[in-house]
Design a protein around this ligand. Structure first.
Ligand code: 13P
Ligand code: SF4
Length: 341
């Protein structure tokens, strides 16, 4: 009997959902890069990766993007399997828009502090207290929160989506208070904000940034809108990960302080090798701005995930349909609005 038919092996497979691939062994002589490419081809799988993934994962992805680009790609792929190198809400979104595909996430524990800051039962009560409000939710939330929302947005289309609504429309914006506050400022609205935030984008130190700017007066500060207002106020440019990448590529400056997760620096330096990129300093003694959730995915887990087609994102059909409506609204609006802008 082959190892893969043994009782012990089947037990391990059952445990992947709970414990991940921790106790699976990989032949150390395997070229994981080659194996992943081979398995992708053999299984007609597409590998979608967020910019915050390890650079070795980004380098073998079929598509690398921000949350909007990834959702658009997931909705339109012809592949049979979507392997999502990102976090849980991203893979969940891929399943919601493409239920016929098998959606895999290399580590099911790759969550998101922002998504976790909005528990569905509390949010439902909040929504019920404000029944005349329309709900716009940032894509960084669970399927349950999406199902309670009217429109989803990402950091690259949030402003356009809010501006597409009548000025007197009352709006709840969830879960990111920083992105919501920034959009309120940009649009002159007074959206009711859910008090959630991202642990990675709230780590930047204002004090250290001021000193860094003094040492590099020529540097431009570019920031993701999930950062706190005090950081955004200092920024020369604010945008989603894709927008930050494009800005650096097109701008005439030479030095940039980058206030977002450090994974973006890989594509930024590939796109703009002549520019100096300085990660914004965090308010702790560790010099890294890594998202611990994003970084749970590794090349090893990616290989095992493709090989065994586990762990898979599964979802209740009623929940999926309810969560799909506001995502479809975003995808449609986004197409129309991007054409106009
Ligand atoms: P974008 O991909 O929209 O830039 O958002 C960044 C982020 O925090 C993803 O988790
Ligand atoms: Fe969530 Fe922040 Fe990590 Fe993005 S960077 S996945 S918002 S915790």
């Amino acid at each position: 009997m082959g190892v893969e038919n043994s009782v012990a092996f089947q037990e391990k497979m059952k445990n992947i959902e709970k414990k991940g691939f921790l106790d699976m062994e990989i032949n150390p002589s395997l070229d994981l890069h080659e194996e992943i490419l081979r398995l992708k081809k053999e299984k007609n799988a597409v590998l979608l990766a967020h910019y915050y993934q390890e650079s070795e994962i980004q380098d073998i992805a079929d598509y690398i993007g921000d949350s909007l680009g990834l959702a658009q790609n997931a909705a339109s792929t012809n592949a049979d399997i979507i392997v999502f190198a990102g976090v849980h809400f991203m893979a969940e979104t891929a399943k919601i828009v493409n239920p016929g595909k098998k959606v895999l996430l290399p580590d099911l524990n790759a969550g998101c502090s922002l998504s976790d800051s909005c528990p569905p039962s509390l949010f439902k009560a909040f929504k019920e207290k404000n029944p005349d409000h329309l709900v716009i939710s940032y894509i960084n939330c669970s399927a349950e929160i999406k199902a309670l929302s009217d429109i989803i947005c990402t950091s690259s289309n949030a402003q356009l989506i809010v501006e597409s609504l009548p000025k007197d429309q009352k709006i709840i914006f969830a879960p990111d208070r920083n992105l919501g506050g920034y959009i309120n400022k940009q649009t002159g609205r007074n959206m009711l904000l859910w008090n959630g935030s991202c642990m990675v984008h709230e780590i930047f130190s204002h004090e250290k940034l001021v000193k860094l700017k003094e040492r590099h007066p020529e540097a431009k500060l570019i920031a993701h809108p999930e950062c706190e207002e005090i950081i955004l106020q200092m920024a020369d440019y604010i945008g989603s990960t894709t927008q930050l990448l494009d800005f650096v590529a097109k701008d005439s400056g030479k030095v940039y302080i980058v206030a977002t997760e450090a994974g973006i620096l890989h594509q930024m330096s590939l796109n703009s090798p002549e520019k100096e990129l300085i990660p914004a300093p965090p308010n702790n003694n560790c010099a890294c701005n890594d998202c611990p959730h994003m970084k749970l995915n590794t090349l090893e887990k990616l290989y095992l995930c493709l090989k065994y087609e586990q762990p898979e994102i599964l979802m209740d059909e009623q929940l999926r349909l309810a969560a799909k409506k506001p995502i479809d609204r975003m995808l449609d609006l986004s197409k129309q609005l991007m054409k106009k802008s």
